[in-house]
Write a protein that binds this ligand. Structure first.
Ligand code: TYM
Length: 343
């Protein structure tokens, strides 16, 4: 064990999570991530939320679009209820410690671990030879994002589960190799009715900003008419709503709309079905539209308002980056000591 290394740190309850500024925010991002980030704010955790611009550039991003999307995502965080005084809000590239720790983790993680990542396989597709090296190493940077703050809890949607398991594997291997317990074994927080919001056009596909069909998703910038139209056209089946969750088995589209309703209304699926059981989709869809517009419109108008003041957004992010660095710098310094880097 290295000299002077503290081996039994008491970990502060600390939440970290991030979203890529690689396109517009969807209802999936909001319900699966952002809304839950807000719920974890001010309830006994330190909360750190990030726009992961370095992850975004693992696939091509037009520089002007990246700048706009980063500010728009920051506006989305704030409009959804992230308070920059209560949480640390910043963009990843401005805290160099993420990239520095990621290098160490590139040397801890194994090629085989990375090759098993389903996101790598999906995003690289058939032409892996032509994918960026950054896309392959993506999960090691994600582990660094989390562990450079010794974060103990990470709220995410279900699609990030495998990456969080890898984060735990990296922390475990680092601790084992260097005979320390310096890094926490982070807990994924994948909870609620909307951890996997599905496409409105195909209940077997995740709602995603990269889906070529705009009708497949609700964007956080959609107006009331667009939201209502997309919900009206959402794929369903001919049956009405069941009165128990069991009745949604094998009905992915119906289940998705009920899950969305439950998450927006802060109700359980069971309580939604006990109220709505027996209704046809022709009755349920207008109720869902009304609820979605009621919850999302104030967010999109606040986002639009904030986007009028990019300087204000940049000032918030600069301040957040400074606060983030104060936590990250000593953790990185200690990591270097443990690894044996002289400095
Ligand atoms: P990203 O940018 O793809 O998505 C951001 C968050 O939104 C969630 N999400 C969804 N949840 C439910 N239903 C959906 N259809 C849906 N689509 C997206 C994601 O699960 C995620 O929580 N690798 C991450 C970003 C990241 C990160 C991190 C996350 C980088 N470093 C450290 C946590 C901790 C990503 O690409 O998320």
């Amino acid at each position: 064990m290295s000299e002077g290394v503290q081996t039994s740190p008491a970990f502060t309850p600390r939440v970290f999570s991030g979203i890529q500024p690689s396109g517009g925010l969807t209802l999936g991002n909001y319900l699966g991530a952002m809304k839950r980030f807000v719920e974890m704010q001010g309830v006994g955790y330190e909360t750190i939320y990030c726009m992961v611009d370095m992850h975004a550039i693992t696939v091509w991003q037009d520089p002007d679009a990246l700048r706009r999307q980063t500010r728009e995502l920051a506006a989305g965080y704030i409009a959804s209820g992230i308070d920059p005084d209560k949480s640390i809000l910043f963009n990843q590239s401005q805290v160099a410690e993420h990239a520095q720790l990621a290098w160490i983790f590139n040397c801890v993680a194994r090629m085989g671990w990375m090759k098993r990542m389903t996101q790598w396989k999906d995003k690289a597709g058939k032409n892996q030879e032509n994918a960026s090296l950054g896309l392959f190493a993506y999960p090691a940077l994600m582990a660094a994002d989390i562990l450079v703050y010794h974060a103990t809890h990470v709220p995410v949607g279900e699609d990030q589960k495998q990456h969080l398991e890898l984060t735990r594997d990296i922390a475990t291997k680092f601790n084992h190799d260097f005979k320390t317990d310096f890094f926490p074994i982070t807990e994924p927080v994948i909870e609620g009715a909307a951890t996997r919001v599905m496409s409105l056009r195909d209940g077997s596909k995740k709602m995603s900003k990269s889906d070529p069909s705009d009708a497949s998703r609700i964007n956080m910038t959609d107006d009331a008419d667009a939201i209502a139209q997309k919900i009206r056209k959402a794929k369903t089946d001919p049956d009405g709503l069941p009165s128990e969750a069991k009745g949604l088995e094998d009905r992915p589209e119906a289940r998705n709309l009920v899950n969305i309703y439950a998450a927006l209304a802060d109700q359980s699926v069971e309580s939604v079905l006990s109220e709505m059981g027996g209704k046809q989709f022709s009755e349920f869809k207008p109720l869902l539209s009304e609820l979605a517009v009621e919850k999302l419109s104030p967010i999109s108008s606040e986002m639009a308002r904030l986007m009028q003041s990019p300087d204000e957004i940049d000032a918030i992010l600069a301040k957040g980056a400074g606060r983030a660095r104060e936590i990250a710098a000593p953790i990185l310094k200690k990591t270097y000591e443990i690894v044996g880097m002289v400095g």
